[in-house]
Every structure is written in C-alpha cells, then in structure tokens.
Write a protein that binds this ligand. Structure first.
Ligand SMILES: C[S@@+](CC[C@H](N)C(=O)[O-])C[C@H]1O[C@@H](n2cnc3c(N)ncnc32)[C@H](O)[C@@H]1O
Length: 289
C-alpha cells in the first residue's frame, strides 16, 4: 500500500481518491482484480489502474467518478480516529514555524490518532526520526495502523508512557505536545531537547494558554509566540464569489517557544524581556508575519 505522489498513473497498491456525484469522496487501495462497491454501483480496480490521474470512470450502472491523487491533507481527512486530531491548517504552520524538515529529529506526545505524527514523519524523510509517546496503548495502535497505511511507520518510534515519567531521548531538534496540560511537563521537555530548539503546543482555551506562558517563563523558555490560524473557504463561483456559509471557528491556539540558557545572575525580570527573549506588551511590537 503506497501513497503514489510522483507517478503519472495509479498502480496496483496505490491509495486513490474517487470523487463521485455531489463531491462524495472515497479513499481506496487499488488491487488487481479488486472491486469497490458504492451505493452508486461497482467499480473495477482494473478500470482505474494505469488510467491518467484526473480521468473519469463509470460504475457498472453508469455513475461517474473522477480518479484523483490524494494530497496529504486528503489522507489525513480519511484517517480513522480515536481522538481529536490536528487540522491541516495548524499542521502546515507548525512544520514551518518549528523548522521541521528532512533530517530533523522530532519528539511528540500524545500520539493520539497519529495525524500530526504522520505529518512529522512525512516531513523528516528517511534521514530524520520521530519519537511519539502516548499513555494509551489502544489509541497508539490505531495511529500505528494509520502510519503503516501511509508507508511512514518506519520513521517513527512509538512508545507507550505517561510523559510525566520523562522521555528517553536527548538533544532532539523539536518537541510538540498535544496534551491538555503541557505546562506540567516542561522539565521533561527541556531534558529531551537541545537548548535553543523548537517547542510547540496546541491548547483550546485562554486559561490553559495563560498557565502555559507563566510556566514557560519559569522554565527559561524565551521567544514565546501565541497565535491562532483562521481558514476561510470560498465558493469558487465567479458570478457569486463569496465565503462558504460555514467554517471551523476554533481548533486551538498555537504556542511556540525556545528553551534558552539564561544566566539569572546577569539577567532578571524586565531585563530578560529587554534582551528579546520574552515579548513585551508594546502594541507596536511587530508580530513575526
Ligand atoms: C488530542 S490527542 C492527540 C492528537 C494527535 N496530535 C493527532 O493529531 O492525532 C491527545 C493524546 O494525548 C494523550 N495523552 C494525554 N496525556 C498524556 C500524558 N501525560 N502522557 C502521554 N500521553 C498523554 C492522550 O492519550 C491522547 O491520545
């Protein structure tokens, strides 16, 4: 089973997106001789294998379907889930903001359904490594299956543990926590990552974010950024171009920070802020973008 990103045509074993009437989407794995049953009829896999991406095919009773190469975002949308998952709008910004790319070592908790794990594994390539912790074994098993389906599981070390007990790794480039109380684990996070590295987390409420900022300052994390990503889709109709009626109003706040080495015998309180390691509340302070 593979995610065929480069080939001009779908092949046996590839993940394929079929889009039928009224934009009904299906994700299937092609198998020579196989059949896909929908309420709009049966489609033979052999009719799809070797057809150019973007072609139209018809089920046995004449219903039309398009064959599309799934994007990474499409794959995440279909991911079976046991927990709330990370949304593509947040994942994209996390990857860029935390400098995660080919060769990076990334540590995360909790694994959850593996949506973010898959994005990390995809980004770090064969040269990088992802370490993913979750306290719930059953949940992590679902994530492992999801990553196996995408051909990415071999880039990840999955570990079942309450991160209160700490991590096995040290000097990793980036740590992301998607747990309700990241402020309780900053000591463990610092021990696992290189100083100056990238720390990130997502929290749904203001209260949690405020608690986290205090804890980050206590633990000598600097360059704290708090932001929220809004994504608004439009109806792609030139004659009545306008936003769609509904949107996802809130997923969570993203918080990023860097573990610094601060000599408290030299820098204290306001001086740490003045040194740039902590944002002040000046309205003229320019956001990064
Ligand atoms: C919201 S889910 C993570 C979703 C994941 N980022 C994704 O994209 O699919 C939160 C996960 O954190 C795990 N978790 C919560 N507290 C934990 C802890 N102290 N140690 C390890 N895992 C924890 C939960 O079991 C749950 O699976």
């Amino acid at each position: 089973m593979t995610w065929n990103r480069y080939g001009a045509t779908p092949q046996d074993g590839d993940l394929v997106q079929l889009v039928g009437l009224r934009h009904k989407h299906f994700l299937i794995t092609l198998k020579t001789g196989g059949e896909f049953q929908t309420h709009r009829g049966v489609i033979k896999h052999d009719d799809l294998i070797g057809k150019p991406w973007g072609s139209q095919v018809f089920s046995h009773n004449g219903s039309p379907f398009f064959i599309l190469q799934p994007s990474f975002s499409d794959l995440l949308k279909y991911t079976p889930r046991a927990t709330q998952i990370m949304y593509p709008k947040d994942i994209g910004f996390i990857l860029l903001s935390m400098g995660i790319g080919v060769g990076s070592t990334v540590l995360e908790a909790g694994t959850g359904s593996g949506s973010l794990t898959a994005a990390f594994a995809n980004a770090v390539g064969d040269e990088g490594k992802v370490f993913s912790y979750d306290v719930k074994e059953a949940t992590q098993k679902i994530a492992i299956k999801n990553l196996e389906k995408l051909g990415l599981a071999q880039r990840v070390s999955f570990k079942v543990r309450d991160i209160e007990e700490g991590f096995d790794e040290s000097n990793v480039d980036a740590v992301f926590l998607d747990v309700p109380n990241p402020f309780d684990y900053l000591r463990q996070v610092r021990a696992a990552m290189k100083t100056g590295g990238f720390f990130g987390t997502l929290l749904p409420t203001y209260n949690q974010v405020a608690t986290l900022i205090n804890a980050l300052r206590q633990a000598d994390f600097g360059f704290i950024d708090v932001c929220e990503i809004f994504l608004r889709y439009f109806k792609a109709e030139p004659q009545r171009l306008r936003p769609t009626d509904r949107m996802v109003a809130h997923t969570g706040f993203l918080i990023f920070a860097r573990p610094m080495i601060i000599d408290h015998s030299i820098l204290e309180g306001a001086e740490i802020i003045a040194a740039g390691a902590s944002a002040d509340d000046d309205d003229d302070n320019q956001p990064p973008y």
